[in-house]
Design a binder for this molecule. Structure first.
Ligand code: 5AD
Length: 501
């Protein structure tokens, strides 16, 4: 068992979770955007008096969702709910959903299907009595992007659902829970018209070493492929004072690595009179005593400036990694995507990063088969990979999303062709990563250790450049520590080595 730190009104409360049980080198977490489902795994209760009810929450999608679930879990724990590990054991089952691509959205409905109650003895359909509960009295809630996107229709498709709430309405969750506890069978929070961010008194972080910290929610960029502005609402930044107070609490709870989160994290603008921009906030967080590593994701190229690179140069706590989604290497496609930069402007940002004093790892997101993407456009994306030399890339087939401009453009690319382009692109990027990682063999890297294998002397963690390193050490207790690891082998997605003692 490992300790899990819980943030509770400024005081650290420790609860315990099962040891992080990721298989070594599984590449878990490699894709920050892909819809992997993960249950929150607390197993013991914090101090709030029990209300006798239990909950289960499972998360699909990006780190923002993972962290939102940590905050939702905090709201529930503070109300006296107890977390359980399986939906069958829970009085309240929450799915925090992702709709970035069609496949991700579909997953939720298949999960909900598994919870469909059997028809009752009189043969009527579940939910036909108007009750929104599953037959066994369980309350089921859909949170996040699918909730926002599908809204009330979820009750039609899955009448056993009782709560539908988008992320822009999470500050109303306590009220919605109260209504549910009072016997109301259908409650909804779907307003996008908000200037609020989701502030919680309790956040139950499920990673004991790396803490997520939201600084900005929503998105105002309106890329023509992207559903996020419709599901997460307009950009809202938290006050710098709230962010810094949270960073200090995290340090007090002995977190040494903090990851600042936002759909467009570098578009941060302090709404308070301090008026900090993203770079000033970044540096201020890095200067909190006890914080040893600061990451941030995801940056929009439009708001990525030299100032950020200067800050990385000046501030050793800022990690050697920037995630800078390009989406396409063709200016024509970028324009159709409404990305607001050209291929050349983007490559200038890459050049800026390459001129930094220390090597900065760069990762990206790419969409293939955007409507109208020609073979020549695709070739431009391939040639951009050669120039940019990314250390990692998450690549996707374009998926038409509801309410987005590109959804019904006439020149959609056939699925098979999208698949062909994706396979070519991924193979090319794989070769680039093999070469870049092989260049690290023989070097010594600092690794924040977060995983121990069942075999005992095998450990894993991440470098400041966000590479996964699997390594051996004769030491007994390494979790949460920074180890110096000499790299002996390299693969496309991870490194192998041994601790230098
Ligand atoms: N189809 C495919 N990929 C998408 N992404 C966002 N919207 C879509 C879509 N409609 C990808 C982008 C983005 C990442 C989070 O998901 O690459 O950066």
């Amino acid at each position: 068992m490992l300790e899990l730190k819980l943030q509770f009104m400024g005081n650290g409360i420790d609860v315990r979770i099962d040891a992080l049980s990721l298989p070594l080198g599984s590449g878990q977490d490699r894709d920050p955007n892909f819809a992997t489902a993960r249950p929150v795994r607390l197993t013991e209760m914090p101090a709030a008096p029990s209300n006798g009810r239990t909950f289960y929450i499972e998360t699909f999608g990006c780190q923002m969702n993972v962290h939102d679930s940590e905050k939702v879990a905090g709201v529930l724990l503070a109300r006296g709910y107890r977390l359980v590990e399986r939906p069958e054991e829970a009085d309240l089952v929450f799915y925090n959903t992702c709709s970035i691509r069609e496949k991700a959205a579909q997953k939720v409905f298949s999960r909900l299907g598994q919870l469909k109650p059997a028809p009752n003895r009189h043969g009527s359909e579940p939910g036909s009595s108007g009750a929104g509960t599953a037959q066994d009295g369980r309350v089921i809630g859909v949170l996040g992007c699918v909730a926002q996107q599908e809204g009330e229709e979820i009750f039609g498709r899955a009448p056993w659902v009782s709560l539908v709430c988008g992320s822009a309405s999470y500050s109303r969750l306590p009220q919605l829970l109260e209504e549910l506890e009072g016997g109301n069978r259908r409650v909804m929070g779907l307003s996008l018209d908000t200037e609020e961010t989701f502030e919680t008194e309790v956040t139950s972080r499920d990673n004991p070493y790396r803490a997520y910290l939201t600084i900005i929610e929503g998105c105002d960029k309106h890329c023509s492929f992207c559903v996020v502005p419709h599901t997460r609402g307009p950009e809202r930044s938290r006050s710098s004072a709230a962010v810094l107070a949270e960073a200090r609490r995290l340090a007090e709870m002995s977190y040494s690595e903090v990851q600042l989160l936002g759909q467009t994290v570098n578009s941060y603008r302090d709404p308070s009179p301090h008026g900090m921009n993203f770079t000033r906030l970044l540096v201020a967080v890095a200067q909190v005593p006890g914080i040893r590593r600061v990451r941030f994701t995801t940056s929009h190229p439009r708001d990525f400036h030299q100032e950020i690179v200067n800050a990385i140069d000046a501030c050793p706590q800022l990690c050697d990694h920037v995630h800078l989604p390009v989406q396409s290497g063709s200016t024509r496609v970028l324009q159709a995507m409404q990305r607001t930069y050209t291929r050349e402007e983007y490559l200038e940002k890459i050049a800026m990063l390459r001129r930094a004093r220390r090597p900065i790892s760069i990762t990206t997101d790419i969409i293939v088969g955007f409507p109208g993407e020609t073979e020549a456009d695709f070739e431009e994306t391939l040639s951009l990979l050669d120039i940019a030399q990314y250390d990692g890339a998450f690549s996707f087939k374009y998926s038409p999303r509801p309410n987005t401009p590109a959804e019904d453009w006439p020149d959609q690319i056939p699925e098979e062709e999208k698949g062909r382009r994706l396979a070519i692109l991924q193979e090319k990027q794989r070769q680039i990563q093999i070469a870049r990682n092989e260049a690290l063999v023989g070097q010594t890297c600092e690794v924040l250790v977060d995983t121990r294998s069942a075999r005992g002397n095998q450990w894993a963690g991440r470098t400041t450049s966000n590479r996964v390193v699997n390594f051996t050490s004769p030491r007994e207790s390494l979790l949460g520590e920074y180890a110096q690891v000499r790299i002996t082998r390299a693969g496309p997605n991870s490194l192998v080595g041994g601790e230098v003692i």
